[in-house]
Design a protein around this ligand. Sequence first.
Ligand SMILES: [Cu+2]
Length: 109
Amino acid sequence: MKQILITLTILSLIACSGDTTKADIALNTMQCGMCENTIEEGVKALDGVVAFDVDLEKKVGHIEYKAGMVDLSAIEKAISALGYSANNTQADAVAYESLAPCCKIGGMH
Ligand SMILES: [Cu+2]
């Protein structure tokens, strides 16, 4: 009985691990390294996100996620809630207002 359970567990792990989707997310309002960290930490904390890399210079995030657990619009909403725009989703106004001055648009010169 125990062996069957272990086998089933291994099989389900294999089934899940192969099923990921990759996408790029435009992060046009990101200003500095602090923004990069905030967005990276916030997105990586979401269930279903396998990997997330932010390129500050190109203002883009490379994401790999499990489509069955989370979708792109939920990820965009999470980034918006952090105070940043994601693709065509605008930053949440209240979250944006509470960002550090250097993280607001035009904050870094
Ligand atoms: Cu910043």
